[in-house]
Each structure stands twice: as structure tokens, then as C-alpha cells.
Design a protein. Sequence first.
Length: 681
Amino acid sequence: MSDSLPLSRRAVLGYGAASAGAVAAASLLPPSVQAALAQPAKPGGLPAIKHVVYLVQENRSFDHYYGSLRGVRGFGDPNAVRQRSGRSVFAQPKPGTAGGEVLPFSVREAAKAGNKDIHYIGDLPHGWADGHKAWAEGWFDGWIGAKGAATMAYYDRTDLPFHYELADTFTICDAYHCSVMSSTSPNRNYHVSGTIGYEPNGKRATGNSAYAEDTHPGYTWGTYAERLEQAGKTWKVYQEWDNYQDNNLEFHAPFKQIARKALAGLGLKSLDSFYGKVSAAADPAPLFEALAAGVATLEPGERARFERALHRVRPGTLAAAFRADVEAGTLPQVSYLVPSAKDSEHPGASSPAASANITYQVLDALASNPDVWASTALFITYDENDGYFDHVPPPVPPAAFKDEWVDGQPIGLGIRVPMIVVSPWTVGGYVCSETFDHTSMVRFTEEWLGVAEPNISTWRRTVAGDLTSAFCFDRGRRQPAVTSPAPTPPATPRWRPVPPATQAQPVQEDGTRPARPLPYQPDASYTGGVLSVRNDGPSSAHLIVWPYAGEFTKPQHLDVLGSSTLDVPATDTYQLLVTGPNGFRREFTGAGAEQIEVRTAIRGLTRQLAITLVNRGPALRTFVVDGERRINVKPGREYELIQGTARSHGWYDMTITVAEEPGFARRLAGHLENGKESISG
């Protein structure tokens, strides 16, 4: 949500920081879930799924929550990029200071210093303009100026035991991005319709204009819920009187018109206004009677849509309504859960503890019915990152995809946010590192139910997967050991963390985790001003070229399937970094018209990296591998070096220099895929 949002949007039902403490203390997985996990998963692939549940919470970045989690791309990421200054991306420059910078710092330690509570930090700027300012044309070094120093605050396992337990029990996606470098509404539009769309005035819908529900005419492009309905599939939105304006279906014209028709007798134009009156009324019964009378005037199809998309239940009963459908056997094929403000996890209105409470109830509802649990996939993610830092620059589209740009700025992808996939087929504490965004949830449903969403752009389908790679349908996994949680603290006023006087890079937990196979096999070589890139995997791999010697004015983005080349403008010296999915990294440094070359070729099935050392010059050259092994290559000759990776589970990281060429270096790092499970790097 944007900081410019009126307070009435936040407090319309009186839910503020004080009420956020009314959450259950329990943070362990429900006993029903633990019992369900002891049972094997049903075989059969996607057809074994009968229900999909989407729980999209508010405003947390991946590093903010999971940067210290073991076995994911977090604070210990060996593939972290450098800023244009040469400093690590984790050391964000502080404007107005000479060399000042802010590193990620613990919310808990900041809370101790200020006598505050860790759960009730405030929200930060998180709109279109400041989002792109932090992105900084791809250099990713504008975070402090755009968001403030509090952007670097993070939690760890001690702070978020329930969240970490979910990650250790099921599957976490560490390359899942929100869809837009902006606020909640455009990101949720991607979730419910696959696109950002246009405002009625013809401009792209990059902000929260639709929150003015009484005056906004409504979006006119189709939603995925309508596609499901037309295909005869069942779906439903679960929401309370206070839905925090997070049900974006309400902003689309067909649903808006139904609401206005039902409210005509009250002289109201939106359900947001209606429930505002309910919250202020001493006796809301007459209001509900009038609403019921208005609903009775709807045509049968309109009434069905009202019940599916617009009906709201009393405060505190969302989970109970969801459980009732589970127990009655009426859970639809697709469920959209829209928590209230106090349960939303938004830094300005909720807390991690409150969100853990609603998530706990949803898990318990599913697992209390063994048949439903055995046939359900639950996706838990966040609509955007608020203003909180994440160190992984997102893929953005080439300029040729004009529908993915607005006023010279890319729409997305946005910043990484957490995604936990809960199901019998995602048990085991896995990490899935395929690139995803919010359209991936729509595409998962597409793949599962066969209902297409034409709004999703060509580029989004190229760069992001459909989430099926997070699942292992050939066997079930039992629950691993978990950590006991701490009790939920009472609520306190909101505050913004301040970095400590003495800073240090946070330490990520030791250890790895099992990793799902990925559809990428990227490679890259550089010689004579030409960068050659290749990807032999079945899905396009997004590569970013970082021009540290000024070869380009900003990072270049490439979507690679097969092979292609990029001409690099000549400079006295070159210093290129190429990064890609799952730790892929190539560093190229050198100068002048070199007569030496390092070529690579990937042999995925045998997990071997073939390295060819080439000497086109008139004199012998000595290639040095990792500072130890020396290989002499005669003039006009080449030498093939085979680097096996079977013992390292496909991971490799090596540096090659040339003794007679002090400026020449190649760093080769990444993971060789063979279609099988692996471990995280």
C-alpha cells in the first residue's frame, strides 16, 4: 500500500496497532497438520489436486523475512552483485554522507536499543516513484534515498519461528518476485487478472487509484475469476467486513456494478462505504436488512457473483467461514483468502504474529479434513515488499516489449517476496529457485484446470514459471524436526528501526536444503567484444549483464533460450559480470586485443563443465586455475579441462587467470542441472 493512502482506508473499522495484539500465542504447526504429514501423498500429478487456495498477505520482502534462513539465496549469497561503486549490494549508500552506508540490521537489536517491540514496526514508502528510485535503472543502489535507513531491517528465526517452521516443513521459493515495482493494487491486479491494465483515463494502472471506490468507474479488462466461471469451475473469495481493500475483484467493472445495484436503496456506491457505515453504526441491523433487500433484486447470475466475490463475513470469522466450507465438502476449486487489516501482515496495520494466527487457522482447517488436505495446494505469498530491502535485482524486459514499460520505466518484475507452497507434495523443507511472479499463480491454475488467461503478456510467460516445479508428485515427505516458537507479545505503537552505530554483514544460518530441479542450463563466454550466451534448458533464463567498466550506461537484460550474442562497446579495459538464475555467474575482466580465450560448454546429464583454454598468440601462455593448478598452452593451441561436479551436487565455482596477462580473469560459477533433485548452494 502507498504511504500517500488516506488514513480512513487503514482505520475504517477501528483496526489499529492496539488491536493487533489480539492473536493466539500458538505458533507451532497445528497438530492436525502434523498428523496429516505422516500420511503419504496421493500420486497422480496435477490431477490429484482438487483445491487450490491463495493466501496473499501484505508487504514483506524476501530478505526482510528470510535473508538469514539456511539454504536460500539470502545474506550469504555468493552470487550477490556489486553496486556501480564496487561495493556490495548489501552496503547501500546513504545519501548526503561521505562514504556512508547502511547494511542489513536486526529488527530485534534495534528494538532493544529503542525499547520497542519487534512485531510493530511501521511501513515505509512503497509506490511507483520510490520503487523505481530504489531500483536505480537496474544498479539497485538507491534504497536508502528512496525508502529510508529502516529499509535494511530484517527478522530471523528467533523473531519469526512460525514462518521459519513453514519454510523448513514445506517448500520455499527464493526467486519469487512481486509483479510491479509499486504498491499493492497493481500487484494484486496481476494476481486476479494477469495484468496491470489501464485506468479509465487511458494511463497504466501503476498505483492505488481504485481505492477511491465511490468515484472510480472500475477496470474493464477481464479477470481470471470470470474465466473460471465461464469454464464452469468453482471459486470464491473469503473476506471479512474489513477486507483492507485487498479484494481487487471489487475494482473491476462487472463486480462494481453488481455492488452498486445491491446498494442502490442505500444511496451508496461501494461496499467499502457500506462497511464504513456499519462500523460506525450503533445498530447495524437496518443496514444489513437494506443490503439483503438489494441483493434480492439481483439477477441469479449477479447474485451468484455477489456471493462468490463480494460477500463478507463478520470480523474475526474468515477462518471459520473457510473451515465451514472445508467441513461441509463445499470448498471451491479455487479459493482467494483476503485477511482483514489486523491479520494482513502489513507493517502499518498488522504484525507477523497476527498473520501467523490466521495462517495457523487456515492450515488447521485444511488438515482437520484428511481428504481435503490430501488434495489441496495452499500458496502463501505477499503482494509487494513494502519499502523493505531485498538484494536480488529483478528481471526486467527488453525495451522491445513496449507493453511492459511505462514512461520509460519497466513495470517489473518487482522485488522478491516470500512464497511458501504448502501441500502433501511440497513437504520436506525444499527450496525452489525458478523465477516466478504473481502471474505464476494464475498460470498454475491454468496448467491445473486448463482455463487460459489471455491477459498475461508474452514476456511474463517467457521470464516466469508456473509454479509446478515446486511440486514433487512421485512421493510424499514426512515432517522434519521443527523449532518451538516464542509467545506473541502485546501490541505497541508503530516505530521505524534505526541502524546501529557499528554495522556488520548479517550471518546466514549454516547448512543447505534439498532443492527442486530447475529448467535452466545457462552459459556465457566473452571474447573480442562479443558476449556469447546460451541456455540449453527447456525454459528461458533471464541474464543480467553488469558493465562495471562503463561498457554500457546501465545493466543489460537478456532472455535466453538457445544461443545469442551481445556486442559490447569497446573500452580500454573491460569488466563484465553476467548473473542468472540459481547462482549462475560469469565474470570477465581484461584489456586490449587479447589473444587468449576461455570457452565453456555444459554437459548437464553428467554434470560436467568442459573448459577450453585457447592461446592464439605467438608465445606460450600459462593458465592458472583457482590460483593453484597451472596449465601451459602452446602458441596456436588449445587445452580442454573437464570440471566434474557430481560430488558437489552440481555446484561449481572457479577462477581462471593467465600468468603472463595480469589483467585477465574469468570466474565461472553456477549449478549444473540434470533434471533431478539437488541441494541448495
